[in-house]
Write a protein that binds this ligand. Sequence first.
Ligand SMILES: [Zn+2]
Length: 62
Amino acid sequence: MLTNRTPSDGATTQRFLVTCDGCSFERTADGRENAAAIGNDHRQQTRHDVVALEVPPSLGDD
Ligand SMILES: [Zn+2]
């Protein structure tokens, strides 16, 4: 039991799609902090511009 996440407790975790303008990098992340971390990491490694798009939950299983 590392973390005790309860998605139904309050707001659901937002999902983000992190994409890159400079290459085909594409990652999904749960939560804004994770998306920012992924984006920052890629930007530091590649100096590319990354964009985090919020993914609506209803489109999650498309
Ligand atoms: Zn890139």
